[in-house]
Design a protein around this ligand. Sequence first.
Ligand code: KMH
Ligand code: ZN
Length: 279
Amino acid sequence: MPAPNAAVLTAALTGPIATKDDNPHLPTTPQEIAAAAVAAHDAGAAVAHIHLRDEHGRPTADLAVAERIVGLIDESGSDVLVQLSTGVGLTVPYEERMRIVEARPAMATLNVATMTFASGEFRNPPDGMRRLAARMRELDVKPEIEVYDHGHLDIALGLLAEGVLAAPLQFSIVLGVYGGAAATPANLVALVDRLPGDAAWQVIGIGRSNLALTAIGLAMGGNARTGMEDTLMLRRGVPATGNAPLVERLAGVARALEREPATVAETRQVLGLPEPRHR
Ligand code: KMH
Ligand code: ZN
């Protein structure tokens, strides 16, 4: 049984947009990403949310890159859970992005709707998204459903009612992306209020909102995510020197709220993940 107050912490290591020009500590090579995953786990994260980058640092859906990263994490002896992003990058075609789940990670993201995303477009066409959700169910890859506004939650709940998605669902409430809901406590509360009672959820607070919103989410009983995908700054005017300092900060907030960071074994139970036949 997981400790009653265990909080699942996720480290989103790289994301689809930032580059080393934005912050030189952003991990982009397989070695850097694997090392960042291991360090984030040591700092308290049970889950590493991973975007793949090619040798030029650009987002890629190359399965060989995924396998290289997972292989390096395995070699390190870390049992951190791998959650691969099927968001990949805004310019990568959807059919390529869908293939990510063939690496059979423990979890992968499911973005349910096309949207404006900062200055770009995040394409998640209905037909492709449904095929991706069905394929994840076939492969027993747990979807991490990213919800950026109420309409996205309606779509996810519709997929649950249809049996395309299976309970218990795992949600990320993403706040602060231009094109999605703003990073306000009121938006967080309104979205969390509509989740099924058996759902797991975490808050993803983008940019400056990261610390306050993850603190509020943890205080509300949710899980939380941080990392250089969500914010490149440790505090105002102070760039993060890696993912681990952001995770350490989040683990400190969790502990202050009497939420002990969940172990990997606890996380498997909290999120309803299969035993480790795969990552
Ligand atoms: N940065 C995220 C909010 C995913 O990983 O699938 C958007 C994203 C989704 O990249
Ligand atoms: Zn992501």
